[in-house]
Design a protein around this ligand. Sequence first.
Ligand SMILES: *Cc1c(COP(=O)(O)O)cnc(C)c1O
Length: 237
Amino acid sequence: SGNHNGYTASTGSAACRAAIAAAHSCVNRPRLLRDDVFVTVGCSEALEHCIAVLAPPGSTVLLPSPGFPLYETICRRHGVACRFYKLLPEKGWEVDLSNLKSLSDVSTAAIIINNPSNPCGAVYSKEHLRDLISVADDLKLPIVADEVYAGMTFGKPFVPLAEVAENVPVFSVGALSKRWLVPGWRLGWVCVHDANDHLRGSGVREGINSLCQISLGPSAPIQAAVPTILAIDDSNW
Ligand SMILES: *Cc1c(COP(=O)(O)O)cnc(C)c1O
């Protein structure tokens, strides 16, 4: 059509943000709004924005081991120290919650979890996600939930972390890359779930907004395709 040759807003076009918000609103939770979504250059940039905005230089972030190596790459670039919590192979690679707790101290800025996970292929149950949230609530830490494999579980139900996060801010990151087999399209997102408004006055949303001004957002024609893509019923795959 020639309608998508210009810049969009750096945080993403209104239609793209609204479609991502609708697709990631959770049952029995407050609906995500367009402004809760930031469109990014793949899930990689979504992770980059979350770590940059939550973790100041000198702070620490808790990462899964084994886990996706990009988390450490981003932390190192921002002068953030990584502490690795154990996943338990004998329990389907669930998080070792007491180990996670023991790694947290006043320097800790956030926890990153990856579900469904790369490289382990774990799919966490609702109960395990509730336990994780309860630990984060005790520690007063936000969670970055890397859900780039959302829905790719080969039978087990996928539960988004935000569905069970009553009181803990969850930054859920995802992308078209894996689910739609188009990693080269470079389109991802951060969804900010903060039902109890803990982030108000923290500058976190404003910070993500500022970080979006660096790349000026992903390709406009791909953004224009997102509402159609997310509306496809893939339940028969
Ligand atoms: C592939 C992958 C990413 C990065 O996704 P892109 O959209 O290609 O940037 C992030 N996290 C995990 C766990 C991945 O496997």
